[in-house]
Design a protein around this ligand. Structure first.
Ligand code: MG
Length: 118
């Protein structure tokens, strides 16, 4: 996340309009990378961790700026069990988005021709 944050700063803000921008939650809107590796943690413990996870305020500010002229699609591997607390967390942390999709499949890498590397 530090690299992404630095690159956004270096580019002095990304200018995009009328795009659909898919944004991951954990490790992007949150600062807790370790929650990406949740295979051995119980759902109940994860629920507590997700509720208290710290926001990445710099990224949230940038996403909220992009949300003014684009559609923000949140795309998370969290499943439906975490839907209510996730939406509450997003509201509490003032994240602006237009749609959210849960159950993103787990992968190590993604190969996609529609990607912006920042
Ligand atoms: Mg993630």
């Amino acid at each position: 996340m530090k690299i992404v944050t630095e690159r956004i700063k270096l580019k002095n803000k990304i200018i995009l309009t009328n795009k659909i921008i898919a944004v991951d939650i954990d490790g992007v809107l949150t600062v807790n990378k370790e929650l990406n590796d949740f295979g051995k943690i119980s759902f109940d413990k994860l629920k507590k961790l997700y509720s208290k996870v710290k926001p990445n305020t710099f990224i949230i500010k940038e996403i909220n700026r992009l949300a003014k002229t684009n559609k923000i699609l949140l795309f998370t591997s969290r499943n439906d069990y975490f839907m209510d607390l996730t939406i509450k967390w997003l509201t509490d942390n003032k994240v602006k988005y237009h749609h959210i999709i849960f159950n993103k499949p787990y992968y190590n890498y993604i190969i996609d021709d529609r990607a912006l590397f920042i």
